[in-house]
Design a protein around this ligand. Structure first.
Ligand SMILES: [Zn+2]
Length: 95
């Protein structure tokens, strides 16, 4: 698996693309945050947040129930950029 800085906490973390190869997402396995999925747009957006605000998502990632994974997405409604998060079945994203 390739490695890069975790977009949430900044530690070095492994990542891979989802099994169906949706290239606008990356699936991370971070030693601090655990497993989570983030869109490339959300990754860019998160980089502008303070570490304190980013760690909110780390807590959300660790709070996922068994078999679930946090998905962090970026929504642009034309007026205001928003990050959204939800939980999805982990097996869909981690092959
Ligand atoms: Zn992390």
């Amino acid at each position: 698996m390739p490695v890069q800085k975790c977009p949430i906490c900044g530690e070095m973390a492994k990542y891979e693309n989802p099994p169906d190869n949706i290239e606008q997402y990356r699936c991370f396995e971070c030693p601090v945050c655990g497993s989570f999925v983030i869109s490339l747009m959300a990754e860019d957006h998160l980089a502008k947040f303070t570490i304190k605000d980013r760690m909110y998502y780390s807590e959300k990632a660790k709070a996922a129930q068994a078999g679930k994974v946090l998905i962090i997405q970026f929504l642009d409604d034309g007026a205001e950029a928003l990050t959204m998060h939800r939980y999805d079945d982990k097996s869909v994203w981690f092959g």
